[in-house]
Design a protein around this ligand. Structure first.
Ligand code: KG4
Ligand code: ZN
Length: 327
């Protein structure tokens, strides 16, 4: 019998709605739309929580109305929503909306952790080294099984996504800047001088981006380098730092089953360098509703304690390993 799962994602500055059809073991994406409020970020130099909450409400209403035309709500089997981590004002809009829809239509409700959604959309096999790089997080997880996640590398300050967006702002790019950084980097013919690539914390299995941010901003302000070269250097520096720590993690765990996910994993140069890794499709790398539906499918498969757990409230932060332990 076919099953339909609706996924709702509003953890930050995108409203993402996805509809997944499960036909035996086959999964088909019936709907995947996202409304981004990037425009406001570029205008105000970052995310403004109050503006986000208002926009999410309008966007979610519009997108759910479109989904209803594909499958009526009372025929949907599961409604899943991101509970956190993220901006509380944004999360609460999507999360309460989804909970309300589920309760009023007598549909199963599943709360989802944003990071498990980024991972589950790749449908990983275990054991795996999961490299999760997004705007909010940068980490390497040694996942021995679906229920045992160890975070073996984290960032001591900013994430790679934040680094891209902050240096992007200095370069006058739109925010978030990842896609545009990639575009302009690909048009730069100049070869990167290997001495310009800085690897941070060489003897530690830990990321750090804030020193890189200062370093790049100084280089840009010195006006000795072209905008294109700086974008290409930023991209290459990030990739080489990630690769360096992946090699360390491989040595530590003996695991080379790589899963790379999160918004920054959309980068095609990274995909080229880490060609043995499994990535989500580019479209499903950045925040979207389909990944939330994939996570909900996993919850059903493992009969997780989150199924119909309406006591859970949205949260701004919670470690992924703690969440996985509670399933
Ligand atoms: O996962 P995501 O959509 O949101 C969070 O959970 O944070 O990640 C957003 C981040 C942004 O910093 C954005 O600049 C970056 O992903 N990003 C990229 C690319 N597309 C988005 N970074 C590098 N290359 C890209 N093509
Ligand atoms: Zn994300």
């Amino acid at each position: 019998m076919k099953k339909y799962i609706l996924g709702v994602e509003t953890s930050c500055d995108d409203t993402g709605i996805g509809l997944l059809e499960i036909d035996n073991n086959e999964m088909n994406i019936l709907y995947n739309k996202r409304i981004s409020f990037d425009f406001y970020n570029t205008k105000f130099g970052g995310v403004v929580p109050e503006i986000m909450a208002r926009n999410h409400l309008e966007a979610i209403d519009k997108l759910v109305a479109e989904v209803k035309k594909i499958v009526p709500l009372n025929q949907i089997d599961v409604i899943a929503a991101t509970a956190g981590p993220g901006l509380i004002g944004s999360l609460s809009v999507g999360f309460s909306f989804a909970k309300y829809l589920a309760i009023t239509n007598k549909v199963t409700f599943i709360p989802v952790h944003h990071l498990e959604a980024h991972i589950d959309v790749v449908n990983p096999s275990y054991p795996a080294l999961i490299i999760l790089i997004s705007g909010g997080h940068s980490m390497i997880i040694y996942a021995k099984s679906l229920r045992e996640y160890h975070i073996i590398c984290n960032t001591r300050d900013d994430s790679f996504g934040e680094l891209i967006d902050k240096v992007g702002r200095e370069l006058g790019l739109q925010i978030p800047s990842g896609r545009q950084m990639e575009e302009i980097a690909s048009t730069c013919d100049q070869v990167i001088n290997p001495q310009d690539i800085k690897i941070v914390l060489k003897d530690k299995l830990e990321f750090s981006c804030s020193g890189l941010k200062t370093h790049f901003i100084k280089m840009i302000r010195s006006q000795k380098f072209s905008k294109l070269y700086m974008a290409k250097l930023l991209q290459e520096t990030i990739i080489q730092n990630i690769k360096y720590k992946i090699d360390m993690a491989t040595e530590l765990t003996n695991c080379n089953n790589y899963i790379i996910c999160g918004g920054v994993s959309a980068n095609s140069r990274l995909r080229e360098v880490m060609h043995t890794a499994k990535f989500p499709s580019v479209e499903l790398s950045t925040d979207n509703g389909v990944m939330v539906a994939y996570a909900a499918k996993k919850h059903l498969d493992i009969n997780s304690k989150m199924i119909n757990n309406i006591e859970i409230e949205e949260f701004s932060s919670m470690s992924l390993s703690k969440w996985i332990l509670s399933l």
